[in-house]
Design a protein around this ligand. Structure first.
Ligand code: BGC
Length: 765
């Protein structure tokens, strides 16, 4: 991986690689260099060769299919448009044959442009090849490719490319109909179980560039429909000495999941795809790229950028995070959510987890409240299915699926996995996410339309799920999996119990508020959720719910047995830094020793921060950091943000640095094969803005208490707070906050004092 390339904005924007089709790293680059726009994503498979480990993938958000007999539903892989078979004088063009010094692949995070370039020998001559690819952020249905072939002497180029349904996991799609009309190739196909129609359309254009300019070439082309599920166009083109051949390929994708197209039949969809593509095919690649780049700037970089003065590698990492969060989030449609690998690969089947609420949602809440609202509304739209899950497990209210897919689907966790049955904390996490959105945005309209109902119905689930322990006269939650998935069937997971308590207490507070402030809304919710019948028992249950507290050593037990298990720590070294610790843990068995997969109690302390004293947080932080393998990519950023809160800057920075390398590291070529780690990308933003930047929703107030690492001179970013847009800069001594909206007064806490501004304020913190 190359980190120190520059674009016209400078360093920190371009990710590169010089591995030229090395099978070891190919799948990883396909993930980390994938391109998308929240609607669809194309993995960065090279035109001439995809990785053997994963292969070519194009995913469209929300299009789940459950192939008969499979363990769960998943996002189906669409027919591919990225493959191009090119020969020059009958020699195949391939980076594998490139002169290695000339090979470079770059992803420009600012514009979303993927570029691959290399030179190779062709008999006694040579050819320079450049592949460019973009997925438009300006038009979510459009992708475009440009291939420039520059032979050193006159040559004949043969190209064959089109649409191919011969892709990994292609069984989700029926063979489909292929057609060619006016040069546009189309393949319409249908997912086997969910019956969604997909239309992929493509068109090729050829140009010759010479000293006289660029002229359209009209070679004699052939359309091939002979292969199974494929449809290609091939051409032989003579390129004169000193000239270049430019091949442009435009692609459009639509499905009957798209809003407004749900009722389309094959013929209508074909027509729709063709019309849309023809409109775009008249634009050349550079125009499509330019329109898309303008959107990247407008939507993301001009307002959501985190600008770090001090370290280009960190700057690149945060740009990488914001780039991928944009590619993966289907914020155009509130029936969809973000998969744990986004749309960057088949990992986790496209399913959404607590990763959204706890790791990614804060980014959307503070940066793009409208997009956050869509993600929270998705959970509201899942209420009917979640109520059915609760009912099936003999509970009331709404129990959210641990792995979520389409809004009407119930639990989507693969049947062989325990988490679907036991990882209950997701329900409290969903309520927490809605609450977080509300407190930062002040969006009362959302709460009235569904937010209150969502939080109340989650509380109803908990009230029915608690178990009364007569001996101890307390309520408990037994037989669950907490965030630490290395322990199953645990009782009284501190995280789960505290979050359930938070959810119930919040619900009661909202019910009280509505009863007096909005009796009409209360009455309608009462009718739906039987609040008057339920509320009295909620109070008793919440008051008596066992909330694990610090033991005599100051440590909060993660669950009833965790602290009594044998440790694998030796000489006080954190197990994630001790190469022998894993073997010791394996010898005992992961469930039977004191080890954590990821932040658990630490996540709780970070999220419900006012429940714990700074001293308790510090003690528990160090205790649990030593026990934690950070085997889940979710872990490091949470530890880092809590360490920053505690002023443990060195520790916070070193954990952050490790988090930034989860996807773009060199030492583990397989770390991202199935896709990038969405939660860790959201976590990286949290480290920068909530951790080092010290921004926090504290109760209903805004707090800004920076903890800048020594490695940075300053950091600046914007946030939204109750409809106002603030620009924040922090260096090692001063904090500057500017109200860009200038629409009223904003107050925030810093250094234990309340500061207020209507325009701009600079304070020493
Ligand atoms: C983690 C979960 C996470 C899931 C999806 C698992 O390995 O333990 O906390 O939700 O991955 O990212």
């Amino acid at each position: 991986m190359i980190y120190d390339l520059k674009n016209d904005r400078g360093a920190g924007w371009v990710l590169g690689e010089k591995d030229a089709l090395n099978e070891e790293t190919l799948a990883k680059y396909e993930s980390v260099m994938c391109q998308g726009n929240g609607y669809m994503c194309l993995r960065a498979a090279a035109e001439e060769k995809a990785s053997d480990k994963i292969g070519r993938y194009t995913l469209v958000a929300g299009t789940f299919d459950h192939f008969p007999g499979y363990a769960c539903n998943e996002l189906p892989n669409l027919p591919d448009t990225t493959e191009q078979r090119i020969t020059v004088n009958e020699t195949p063009v391939t980076a594998a044959a490139a002169d290695k010094d000339t090979y470079l692949r770059t992803l420009d995070l600012a514009t979303g442009l993927l570029h691959r370039t290399f030179c190779q020998k062709v008999e006694k001559d040579s050819v320079k090849v450049d592949f460019y690819r973009a997925v438009s952020l300006a038009d979510k249905h459009i992708a475009a490719m440009k291939t420039v072939i520059a032979p050193s002497a006159a040559a004949t180029v043969h190209i064959e490319t089109g649409i191919s349904g011969q892709v990994p996991r292609g069984e989700h799609m029926i063979a489909g109909e292929r057609s060619v009309d006016g040069g546009i190739m189309q393949l319409v196909t249908r997912s086997v179980q969910s019956g969604i129609l997909f239309i992929v359309s493509t068109e090729l254009d050829f140009f010759i560039e010479s000293s006289e300019g660029i002229t359209k070439a009209s070679p004699c082309t052939t359309f091939n429909l002979t292969g199974d599920r494929t449809l290609t166009e091939s051409a032989d083109i003579c390129v004169p000495t000193g000239a270049k051949l430019i091949i442009e390929k435009k692609v459009s994708v639509f499905t009957t999941r798209d809003r407004g197209l749900e009722m389309f039949g094959t013929a209508e969809l074909l027509r729709h795809g063709r019309t849309h593509l023809s409109e775009n095919a008249t634009k050349n690649f550079d125009v499509i790229l330019e329109e898309s780049a303008r959107q990247w700037n407008k939507r993301i970089w001009s307002c959501r950028d985190v600008v770090i003065d001090g370290n280009d590698r960190d700057q690149l990492a945060i740009h990488f995070a914001l780039y991928h969060l944009t590619c993966m989030a289907p914020v155009h449609d509130n029936r969809m959510n973000i998969g744990a690998k986004g749309l960057s690969g088949p990992g986790y089947y496209g399913h959404a987890f607590w990763d959204t609420e706890i790791y990614m949602l804060p980014y959307f809440i503070f940066e793009a409240p409208d997009e956050a609202r869509s993600l929270v509304e998705y959970r509201y739209n899942c209420l009917p299915a979640s109520r059915r899950i609760a009912k099936k497990t003999h509970c009331d209210g709404a129990r959210f699926p641990w792995e979520a897919s389409w809004i009407t689907d119930e639990e989507s966790t693969p049947i062989w996995c325990d988490t679907g049955e036991y990882e209950l904390h997701i329900t409290a996490d969903v309520a927490f996410g809605a609450y977080y959105y509300y407190t930062v945005s002040g969006d009362e309209d959302f709460m009235r339309r569904g937010g209150y109902e969502l939080i109340l119905d989650c509380a109803r689930f908990w009230a029915s799920r608690l178990e009364y322990n007569e001996k101890l006269d307390r309520y408990e939650i037994t037989d669950v999996i907490g965030p630490n998935e290395y322990k199953v069937h645990v009782n009284n997971s501190a995280y789960t119990n505290h979050m359930a308590h938070f959810n119930m207490t919040l619900a009661m507070e909202y019910a009280r508020k509505l009863r007096t402030d909005d009796p009409e809304l209360y009455a309608s919710l009462n009718e739906k959720l039987k609040l008057d019948d339920n509320l009295p028992s909620w109070k008793e249950k919440a008051d008596k719910l066992y909330l694990p507290k610090e033991n005599s050593d100051g440590i909060i037990p993660e669950d009833d047995v965790f602290l009594s298990l044998p440790t694998v720590i030796e000489n006080g070294v954190s197990i994630s830094r001790d190469p022998g610790a894993r073997q010791r843990a394996l010898d005992i068995g992961f469930p039977y020793c004191m080890i954590d997969k990821q932040a658990d109690v630490v996540a709780l302390m970070y999220m419900l921060e006012d429940l714990f004293t700074p001293e308790s947080k510090r003690q528990n932080f160090y205790f649990y950091e030593r026990c934690c393998f950070h085997d889940s990519s979710l872990s490091l950023s949470t530890f880092s943000a809590l360490a920053a809160d505690l002023g443990e800057k060195e520790m916070a920075y070193s954990l952050f640095e490790r988090a930034t390398m989860i996807d773009i590291c060199d030492d583990n070529p397989d770390s991202s094969n199935g896709g990038v780690h969405a939660a860790s990308l959201g976590g990286m933003w949290q480290c920068c803005v909530l951790g080092f930047g010290g921004v926090r929703r504290y109760g209903d107030e805004l707090r800004i208490q920076p903890h800048l690492p020594e490695e940075w001179k300053s950091v600046s970013f914007e946030i939204s707070w109750h409809g106002q847009r603030l620009h924040i800069t922090a260096d090692h001594t001063d904090l500057t906050v500017e109200n860009l909206t200038k629409n009223g007064k904003v107050e925030f806490l810093c250094g234990g004092k309340i500061h207020s501004l209507t325009d701009k304020i600079r304070i020493a913190y």
